[in-house]
Design a protein around this ligand. Sequence first.
Ligand code: NI
Length: 166
Amino acid sequence: MALLDILIYPDPRLHTEARTVESIDKRIQTLIVDMSETMYAAPGIGLAAPQVNVTERIIVIDISDSKDSLLVMINPEIIHTEGYTELEEGCLSVPGIYAQVSRGEKIRVQALDKDGKPFELTAEGLLGVCIQHEIDHLDGKVFVDYLSRMKQDRIKKKMLKTQRNS
Ligand code: NI
């Protein structure tokens, strides 16, 4: 097990589209364990593989207070969306920044679990928003991309300044 380095916005690698996972082998299993550890240690409630510089379609999520409800999704796909909702979102790749983003209120997702078994899930509220946020990462999208150009520029400047000073 290992903690992985998280790419920080505006790292251009965060805007790379991730490819489909073709076979769930030992390497993928280890990656999932490392991603989960990294997410819990951060601490965060979700992490997508592109955030740790692996351009493959894998996300891990745990929105529980007790941190014992790990959800692993490989090649996740939203197959139905209903309504609109907005929650204040944050991201481990954009530390200290929070903003509201318009998302589907209720979604139906299909994915493979960590053993490659297909499953479907209906999600709303925080879980629904979190899944949509993480799937965005797989498509090379960060939540600040939804904000105005002015806000994006301000966040970029702030992130670059923080990184220079650390
Ligand atoms: Ni994120």
